[in-house]
Ligand binder design. Structure first.
Ligand SMILES: NC(=O)c1ccc[n+]([C@@H]2O[C@H](COP(=O)([O-])OP(=O)(O)OC[C@H]3O[C@@H](n4cnc5c(N)ncnc54)[C@H](O)[C@@H]3O)[C@@H](O)[C@H]2O)c1
Length: 456
């Protein structure tokens, strides 16, 4: 068996992951395919379809040597022996499990396509995040063929975080590979482990059974999101008392059992994964009759929604209970810094709530303006888009910082203040700016989980 790799799905995961494998394994030919022609064309160009620090260099190094992008999916299936599947697995919007279960239609289509076009034995690797036991379902589809081709299905969930994907791929905390506990299953796991071992220390390559691997990915995202919701719930209590959530986070984070990371209060988590994966976990719990477990995890999502509603409510209350006709500048639309990704961004629900209150919203973001325009299509009368944050602040009553882009902390806020309507407000949804400095300039400053600094 040669060791050439195909990846089906050239998105935020498939593109960077395969680029890293190609870079680290010059002896392996890696082909990434997608049904989306314009996405593939972008991967072949100098304007990659996603923004990710360091990605351009990695792609440039390997592309054309041992990294290829193509729309020829069937040919790819025929020619490669290891097939990663990294297609999207959004939340189902229809039928049974709507709003919670994973929509597996893209996944199943891919399985059938692999079955139809495979002429030689394949190792099929689940890279997408999937409900527990999906690998078994894929195996059943693949083994339904009468072609004599052998398929081994592995689970290899991806733990990269957007914004730091390249660093995460270069030195992952761990690589997880789940496989069947049979001699063939173990042999397939070894093949994949050998690929990662080109650059990942062996002790960081964890192997488990398939279901543990699938469940570990959902659990990792649920735990991370839970920490965000936990500290955000405390931020609400801090605003009601005289506690400061930053001080509380520092005090509890110093406890080595708790740890300091993922304790930043703010407008809540976003991104394509956390909400979807928790809802998926909720659905799994429900389908096994574990209703208390389902309710427990559902609350993490509800707390996140509450936090976003609370943020807008606080804006409304502090701006004299009306924002109708007021210009409000949203600083940042991406769901976090260093990405242009706006899927499930808190900025979206906040922008919609502000429009509902008839505010005039101006959105600025260094990387996500095109996505913002697409997400808010249809709300155009009340929204403008402005690449330059200084111009976005022009004539604004308030700035709401939604994404902690470093360029916002570096702005000349004296100048920003000079351009705004008075009294001028800053609502720092990430507790990112220098609040005392802003207050001394003249701003009324509201942050999350802290007492406001106001001149009113
Ligand atoms: N984005 C992240 O940070 C992240 C991190 C870890 C895991 N994941 C998981 O990885 C998976 C992919 O996520 P993503 O963010 O890369 O999604 P994405 O939407 O950016 O990319 C998925 C790609 O798959 C393509 N596709 C869909 N059906 C196809 C088919 N039948 N044949 C060929 N291509 C097809 C789409 O055109 C799209 O380009 C999801 O399951 C997600 O949960 C995502």
């Amino acid at each position: 068996m040669n060791r050439n790799i195909l990846c089906i799905g050239a998105g935020y995961v498939g593109g960077p992951t395969m680029a890293m494998i190609a870079k680290k394994c010059p002896d392996i030919r890696v082909t990434v395919v997608d049904i989306n022609e314009s996405r593939i064309a972008a991967w072949q160009s100098d304007q990659l379809p996603i923004y990710e620090p360091g990605l351009d260099e990695v792609v440039r190094e390997a592309r054309g040597h041992n990294l290829f992008f193509s729309t020829e999916i069937e040919k790819g299936i025929e020619e490669n022996d290891i097939i990663f599947v990294s297609v999207n697995t959004p939340t189902k919007t229809f039928g049974r499990g709507a709003g919670r279960a994973a929509d597996l239609q893209y996944w199943e289509k891919t399985a059938r396509q692999i079955l139809k076009h495979a002429r030689s034995d394949k190792i099929v690797v689940e890279k997408s995040t999937l409900p527990v036991r999906t690998a078994a379902a894929m195996e059943r589809i693949l083994l339904s063929g009468q072609t004599g081709v052998r398929f081994d299905v592995l689970s290899n969930p991806e733990f990269l975080a957007e914004g730091t994907a390249i660093a995460d791929l270069e030195s992952p905390d761990r690589v997880l590979i789940g496989g069947r506990e049979t001699p063939e299953g173990r042999a397939a796991v070894d093949v994949l482990a050998d690929i990662y071992a080109h650059w990942v220390p062996r002790e960081k390559i964890l192997t488990t059974n398939v279901w543990s691997s699938e469940l570990s990915k959902l659990t990792a995202n649920a735990f991370l999101a839970q920490r965000v919701s936990s500290i955000n719930s405390i931020s609400a209590l801090c605003e009601a008392t005289e506690a400061d959530v930053g001080e509380v986070a520092r005090a509890i984070g110093a406890d080595s059992r708790i740890g300091a990371r993922f304790l930043n209060a703010g407008v809540g988590f976003g991104g394509s994964c956390f909400k979807k994966d928790i809802l998926n976990l909720v659905y799994l719990c429900e389908s096994y009759g574990l209703h208390e477990c389902a309710a427990y995890w559902r609350q993490v999502v509800e707390m996140n929604e509450f936090q976003q509603e609370r943020f807008v409510e606080r804006m409304l209350r502090s701006m004299f209970n009306t924002i109708a006709g007021k210009r409000i500048a949203l600083f940042g639309f991406a769901f976090k810094a260093n990405t242009g990704d706006t899927r499930e961004t808190p900025a979206l629900s906040i922008a919609r709530d502000l429009i509902e209150e008839q505010a005039e919203v101006v959105i600025t973001d260094p990387k996500a303006l095109d996505n913002a325009r697409r997400d808010l299509a249809g709300c155009d009368q009340r929204i403008t888009y402005e690449a330059d944050p200084m111009r976005a602040a022009e004539g604004a009553h308030a700035i709401a910082l939604i994404t902690d882009w470093p360029e916002y902390a570096a702005l000349d806020f004296e100048q920003v203040y000079g351009r705004m309507e008075k009294p001028a407000f800053v609502f720092d949804g990430r507790n990112y700016l220098d609040h005392t400095a802003l207050f001394h300039i003249g701003f009324n400053v509201y942050s999350v989980g802290k007492a406001p600094l106001t001149h009113l």
